[in-house]
Design a protein around this ligand. Structure first.
Ligand SMILES: NC(=O)c1ccc[n+]([C@@H]2O[C@H](COP(=O)([O-])OP(=O)(O)OC[C@H]3O[C@@H](n4cnc5c(N)ncnc54)[C@H](OP(=O)(O)O)[C@@H]3O)[C@@H](O)[C@H]2O)c1
Length: 269
């Protein structure tokens, strides 16, 4: 049995599907009830309340762990019987640990857990473009700051495929994989790619840093907003680098943003 936390999210949903397709028994965990594919069970639990995970972890072989809740040691204590833990961390834990303290704290706890662990550090997700879905649907516009700064965003389905491999196969213990897409794309180019997939132009609206900050503060804590704005506006060499790790694990290049947009068109129609 493999336990997948964050099972209804952009990564988790794809991961549950991939594991079930590979013939694994899966327990999908999220706080809210959810439909899961045949072959998977759903368990409601909150990572803020590690004991709530106990029934799902009883007899489990591996856990895919999301960074959520404030006590990774208590979560990992509940997971003490598993053979393998795969942590969905964040690129920022490596490039800006003073800002991304939460994923950095989870990484340290996983390293200290005594379990076989693999850490996944993705950069920005292609699915962050869902933030444009409503304005693209209603006005064929999309607003973002730093329109001409490229980053190698990653398809969450590729993160899920990597996770499925490292959860099922040995040989990845102790490794940290930096996960990016295949090339740098700018926000302006991503908006154009959605327009191309739609067959209709979508207008890019340049946001100021202040406008973007105000919007992000509604959904993120202040230090993370500042860190995210710095990555989007003034990425470091490490944040600009296209990583070989998706190809190393999957034996194929990561998918492009255009591929993600084409698969997710209904959200933008
Ligand atoms: N977006 C990015 O650019 C980016 C970059 C690097 C790393 N990451 C990391 O990747 C993670 C996953 O991203 P995603 O896009 O797949 O997330 P998402 O679509 O927002 O989904 C989050 C999932 O986690 C569950 N969840 C949230 N809080 C929980 C809690 N306290 N206990 C149990 N389940 C909880 C949610 O379901 P319920 O709400 O029902 O619980 C949902 O299944 C992020 O949380 C972040 O740490 C993201």
């Amino acid at each position: 049995m493999i336990v997948v936390t964050g099972a209804t999210g952009n990564v988790g949903r794809e991961l549950v599907n991939a594991l079930v397709a590979a013939g694994e028994r899966v327990t999908a965990v999220s706080r809210n009830s959810a439909e899961v594919p045949d072959g998977a069970l759903h368990h409601r639990a909150d990572l803020n309340d590690p004991v709530s995970l106990r029934p799902a972890l009883d007899g489990a072989e591996a856990i895919f762990l999301l960074v959520a809740g404030d006590d990774p040691h208590a979560i990992l204590k509940e997971a003490a019987g598993v053979k393998r833990v795969v942590l969905l961390s964040s690129q920022g834990a490596g490039t800006r640990p003073e800002v991304y303290r939460h994923p950095a704290m989870f990484e340290q706890a996983v390293r200290e857990s005594g379990l076989d662990f693999t850490i996944l550090r993705p950069g920005g997700f292609d699915s962050n473009a869902f933030a444009w879905a409503e304005s693209i649907r209603t006005t064929r516009t999309a607003a973002a700051p730093f329109g001409d700064v490229g980053l190698p965003t990653i398809d969450p389905a590729d993160i899920a495929e990597v996770a499925a491999v490292v959860l099922r196969e040995s040989g990845h213990a102790g490794r940290t994989y930096e996960l990016t897409g295949p090339a740098l794309t700018t926000p302006r180019e991503r908006v154009a790619a959605i327009g191309e997939a739609l067959g209709e132009p979508v207008r890019f609206v340049a946001q100021t840093r202040e406008e973007a900050r105000a919007q992000m503060l509604q959904v993120m804590p202040e230090p993370v907003v500042e860190g995210t704005l710095a990555i989007l506006g003034e990425p470091t060499a490490a944040e600009l680098a296209v990583s070989p790790d998706v190809e190393l694990v999957l034996g194929r290049a990561p998918r492009t943003f255009a591929h993600w947009a084409a698969r997710n068109l209904p959200a933008f129609r």
